[in-house]
Design a protein around this ligand. Structure first.
Ligand code: SF4
Length: 404
């Protein structure tokens, strides 16, 4: 038995909910299973149950054996004092909070064993995705729905991260947009150092020093302007940077923070920094990425001169996918206005599918990606659902297991 299986069974109520009884024989009615907690503390928060006609609201903990409560040292952790129900596969020991025995539901007798064996054999598969051998039997409609659902989960996950960052920035919306944009220019390989760069060199300073200073300030903060810089055009920049380091006490990043390996010269960090500087220069103080209509973006990239550092079509799309779309979706959450979320989805629908190994692997298995909405959904499905073997929270998994 696996604890994550028990979590999913509880969450999806795949149990004879009207026949549940506790190990002491009392009747149990579940109003709410609670909110699944993936951090420390009880497994489900704010559940709502009734035992012999008395309603209890509180947290719910799940284990394979009831004695795991003591093995995991929950008896000395106050975070578990509010647990109102212990759900276990096997009851091998009574558990107490203080002097009170915790009501315990033993699942062994209620679980559908055939379902468990089918699930176990599915997730033990060593194929690229666990359900690979059953894919042919699944109607494509299930895939379309699951890809859409995975896409929304992906955008929601990013939105939660952006909300946390927005709070940390004391609601500085411009800085948030700038940081997200910078990370998008870093793409997968240099997203982290680009994020660090945007934090070290805040947008307010770039605006204060003006457009002609932006490129130098970013290059200097990134660590690409020092006395060892041999490029001729860097010499004046180096002098300017030295002045600003005195004025603001800036510290440059280590050059070793940046990755060059595996990148083409057109994707080297100094080139991307020049492109980011070009982008910021154009938007100047009117930095409202979320308020531009979809049609604006295509003409923006076509008409904008990034000098010798022109952005390729696929890189333009990546900027939209990794910066504009997550910002739009988050903004919809922040403003409680679904039109922004719809705009994010429409923008993804209008963009070509990404081309990478993961999308090719899906294609080999008969799953085509027709737009960036599909490729983003497939990315999420593979990395966050299939790889984590969350087949029970996937419509395809439930279809496969339901058949058996
Ligand atoms: S999560 Fe869904 S698509 Fe992925 S392997 Fe499991 S059943 Fe298949």
């Amino acid at each position: 038995m696996r604890e994550d299986y028990l979590h999913q069974i509880w969450l999806t109520k795949r149990l004879p909910m009207h026949q549940l009884t506790l190990v002491d024989g009392r009747k149990l009615h579940v109003f709410q299973t609670g909110w699944h907690n993936h951090e420390s503390g009880p497994d489900f928060f704010n559940g709502s149950i009734e035992i012999d006609g008395i309603r209890w609201n509180g947290n719910i903990e799940i284990h394979i054996k009831s004695s795991d409560w003591y093995a995991h040292k929950h008896h000395i952790d106050r975070a578990y004092d509010t647990v109102v129900l212990h759900v276990v596969y096997q009851f091998d020991k009574p558990v107490y909070i203080g002097n009170e025995e915790i009501p315990t539901l033993e699942l062994k007798t209620f679980l559908d064993q055939t379902h468990w064996f089918s699930y176990e054999s599915l997730i033990k598969s060593s194929t690229w995705i666990p359900c690979e051998n059953q894919l042919q039997e699944i109607d494509s409609l299930y895939f379309i729905k699951e890809i859409e659902s995975a896409l929304v989960k992906r955008l929601q996950r990013k939105s939660t991260l952006l909300s946390a960052r927005f709070e940390a920035l004391n609601h500085d919306f411009n800085q948030l947009q700038y940081e997200v944009l910078a990370q998008a220019f870093g793409n997968k390989v240099n997203a982290i150092p680009f994020g660090e760069l945007a934090q070290r060199m805040p947008l307010k300073v770039l605006w204060r020093e003006g457009n002609t200073a932006i490129h130098t300030l970013l290059l200097g903060a990134a660590g690409f302007l020092d006395s060892t810089s041999d490029r001729q055009e860097y010499q004046q920049m180096l002098l300017d940077w030295k002045f600003w380091t005195i004025k603001y006490s800036f510290q440059s990043m280590e050059r070793s923070s940046w990755k060059f390996k595996g990148l083409r010269p057109s994707g080297f960090p100094p080139v991307r920094i020049a492109q980011l500087a070009g982008f910021l220069t154009i938007f100047q103080h009117d930095f409202k990425l979320v308020e531009q209509p979809i049609a604006f973006w295509r003409s923006f990239f076509e008409s904008t001169d990034f000098s010798e550092n022109k952005l390729t079509q696929s890189f333009q799309n990546l900027i939209l996918i990794n910066a504009v779309v997550p910002l739009l979706f988050w903004y919809g959450d922040y403003r409680s206005d679904s039109t922004f979320k719809q705009k994010a989805l429409d923008l993804l629908d209008s963009l070509e599918s990404e081309k990478n190994q993961l999308i090719s692997n899906w294609k080999k298995r008969g799953i085509e990606s027709k737009s960036a909405a599909d490729s983003q959904g497939l990315l999420e499905l593979k990395n966050e659902i299939c790889n984590q073997k969350k087949c029970l929270s996937c419509q395809i998994g439930n279809k496969i297991l339901g058949k058996q």
